[in-house]
Design a protein around this ligand. Sequence first.
Ligand SMILES: Nc1ncnc2c1ncn2[C@@H]1O[C@H](COP(=O)(O)OP(=O)(O)OP(=O)(O)O)[C@@H](O)[C@H]1O
Ligand SMILES: [Mg+2]
Length: 807
Amino acid sequence: MEAIVANVLKNQSENLCRERITTSKKKKVSLSSKSDRNDVWAKEEEQKLPSVEDLIKLRPLTDKNVLRCLEARYLTDNICSKAGITIIVVNPFKSIPGMYEPVQIKKYYEGNCKALPPHIFATTDNAYSAMKLGLGQVNQSIIVSGESGAGKTWTTRCLMKYLTSLAEYNPSGFSPSPVHCIEKRILDSNPILEAFGNATTQRNHNSSRFGKYIKLQLDRSGFIIGASIQTYLLEKTRVVHQGPKEKNFHIFYQMLQSASDEERTSWGLPLHDSTQQKIFNFLPRVEVSTVESSLSNTREALKSVGINSKQEDKIFKILSAILHLGNISFTQEEDDDACDMDESASVQESLRMSCSLFGIEEEAFSKYLLMRRIAAHHGNRKSVFMKPCERAEACNRRDCVAKLVYSRLFDWLVSFLNKHTTAKHSYAFIGLLDIYGFESFSFNSLEQLCINYANEKLQQHFVSHFLKAEQDEYRNEELTWDFCQFTDNQPCLDAIEGKISVFSLLNEACKLNRSSDPSALRERILSSISNPFVSKKLKGSKQSSGFVVRHFADEVEYTVDGLTEKNKDYIPPELTEILASSKNLFVRTLIQEDIIAQKKSRSSNAKVPVKTVISKFKNSLDELMVTLRNTTPHYIRCIKPNQQCTPGVFNATFVASQLSACGVIATLAISRSGYPYNYNPMQIAACKGFRIESFKVDMDSSYQNCKLPPKESCQALLEKMCGLDDKENELPGQRSPYKIGRSKVFLQDEQLAKLEREREQVLINKAVCIQRNWRRLMRLKIDRERHMAAVTIQAGGDDKVYFALPS
Ligand SMILES: Nc1ncnc2c1ncn2[C@@H]1O[C@H](COP(=O)(O)OP(=O)(O)OP(=O)(O)O)[C@@H](O)[C@H]1O
Ligand SMILES: [Mg+2]
C-alpha cells in the first residue's frame, strides 16, 4: 500500500487535480480535469469501477482496486463496505435517505446480516448476537475510529439508536416502560455531551473535543437497562483560546443566540442579539452555525435526563460568568513589574458580573488575580507572603479559573448522566468507543499530543488483536502461510510513552519543577530519545522549533512552548479557595473534589507526587485498554473522502493514505490469505457431531464405522466436503479452503457456511423425523381408542347403546 500511496502522491504533484466528482443525477463519474488522464488508474477509466460489498472478494485484490471499489460504491451512495473483520464507512457528508431509519434497524435485526449489504447495523447486530449467545467474552466493544471529521460521532449515535430500539422488535413484544424511559435518557445524553464538549475546528464543524466510551448495559433478555459514560480529557484550553478559524464550545453560542430577554437579564447577558458583534473575548468568532443554534434541543435533552429548570438556570449562569471572566483585562506600565486591573467601566462591570454570578467577593477575587500567594518553609516554620503578578501571569490566573470551572461543569454533567442512567447490576455490556480523531495542525500542543497518542494506542490494540495475533496463531499452528507485512506502531508508542520518552521527559520537567525554558526541553527530548520516530523536523522542511513524532497516520510537529505548564495544569490554591467560599452552592459543589485534594496535600507531610495531565490521561487510557482487552472487539473505520467536507467528492490520495495508515490494506491481505474461523477438531468432530453425521450419510460405510480420533475424522470430513485435502487444494494464487494445524482446524467463510447449511439440514431432518414419529404415535393412539370404543359397542354389554332412527 505504501507504494500505491507514494505513486498516487507523485501523480498528484504532477497533475494537481486528483479529485473525482460525481454528477449526482446520472451517478456517473466525471473527471474534474483532463489532466486526470495521467491519473493512477487512468487506463482503466473507461472500465466499470469494480463494486463488491466485501473488499476481500476483489479480484485481483490490489490496492488500486480497493480504492476504485470504494470510490465506485461511494459515488452510488453505498458508503459501507466490508474489509475482513472491519466495516469501512466513507462519510457521505449528506443524508442518505432511509439509511439509518427504523425500517433498516428492523431489517438488520430480523434478517440474516450476512446476506444483507454491509452496514454499521450489521456490525452492531454481530456484537449484540455474540453478547446474547455468550460465546467467548460476553461483553463487547465497538471501536469506531477515523480521523477528525470522518464520522465517528455520527456513527456512534446511529449505533446507539440501533441498540436502544431493539426492545421494539423483540419477538416477545414486551418492553417494560422504565426501559423505554432509560433508552430515551441514554440517547438524550448525546446532544448534551455534544453541546458542552464539541466545537467547530478547521477539520470538522462538530468536532468532539473529548473522548468517550459508552457502556450500554443489558439484561439477560437483551434489553437495555442502563448506560455508563467514561469521558477522556476534555480540551479545556478551548474555553479561553481557539486556534485560527476555530471556535469555542457550541453551548456558548447556543446560549447567546437563543436565550430569551428574561433569561438574558437573569444570566447577565446583553439584551440585544449578542451574536452579531464580538462582545466576549472568549468568543472571538461571532457567526453561528446550525449546531450552535440548537439551544432548544440541548434544553430538551437536559430536561429529559432529569436536570430541572433551577439546575439549568445555574448552569447557564456559570457559563455567563465564564464569558464575563474573559473580559477582565489588566494594565501594566512599561517599567513596572506588576500589573493592575483595567479601570475601564466595561472591565469593572465584567468583574462585577462574573463575581456576582460565581457568588464570590469581588475584592478578594481581584486581589488573588493580581497577586500570587507564596509559602516559604523555614524548618518547622512556615511564612506566607503575597507577590504581585505581571500582566501575563494575571491573565493566566484568570484563564485558569475559567478552564477549571468549565471542565468541572462538564465533569458534573457526565456524573449526573451516569447517576441517572447507570444500572447497578447488568448481565453484560456493549461498549461504544468514540475517541477524538488523529489531528495535525500548523500549531500542535499537548492536546494534539494526547489525542494522537490515544489514536496510536487504539491502532496498537487493532494491530495486536487482529494483525499480530492472526499471524502468531498461524505460526504456532505450523501452517505454511505467506506472512503478510504490516506496520506495527509499537516503536512509535515506545517513543511516546516508554521509559525514556516524550512523556517521561515532560513529566520529569514537571516533577523537578525545571524552568520552563522551551529550547532546553526540546534539546532534552531530541538528545535523550534515541528512536527514529522522534526527530528534529518534518521530512522536507528546513527548520523547526519543536519536535516531530512519526505517527502511524502522519508526521506531526509539536511545539515545546508552554508544554510543561499545560502538563502541570497548576491551579493556584488561593483561587480554588475563593471559589470554595462562594455563596453559590452549585459553584462549591463543582470544585468540591479540588478542595478535598488540596486539604489532603496540605495535611499530609509526605510530598504528594505531581499528577500531570499526561499521567492522568495515560492512566485512563491504560484502563480503557484493559476494558477493551476484556471484551470482544468489533471495528468500524470511518473514512473522510475529502478535506473540504463536501458530498460527492472522492479524493483518492487522501483516502489511500487513511486506508494505509490504519492498516486496512494489511487487514485485507491477512483476511484474504487467512482463515477467519478456527475451531479445535473436537468442536467440529464431536461437539458439532451432527455436521459429521450429515456427511456420514453419503460417506462410504468404512467412514461411518470408523473410530478415528477427532483430528483425523475432521480431515476425512473436510476432504469429503471439499473433495481434496488441504495441500492438494492449494492452487497457485488460491488458498486452500481449509487448513489443519497442530491443534486447530481453520476454515474459510464458504466452508463454514457449507457446514452450517449441513447442520441446518440435519436439524431440519431431525425435526421432520420427530414430527413424523409424533404424528404416527398420535394416530396410533387415536386408532387404539377408536378400536376400543368399537369393541365396546360390538360387545353390547350391560350398557346398551341406542341410536335414534331418523323420522
Ligand atoms: N453516515 C453519515 N451520513 C451523513 N453525514 C455524515 C455521516 N457521517 C458523518 N457525517 C457528517 O460529517 C460530519 C462530521 O462527522 P463527525 O462529527 O461524526 O466526525 P468525527 O469523526 O466524530 O470527528 P471528530 O474526531 O472531529 O470528532 C457530521 O457532522 C455530519 O455532517
Ligand atoms: Mg466526533
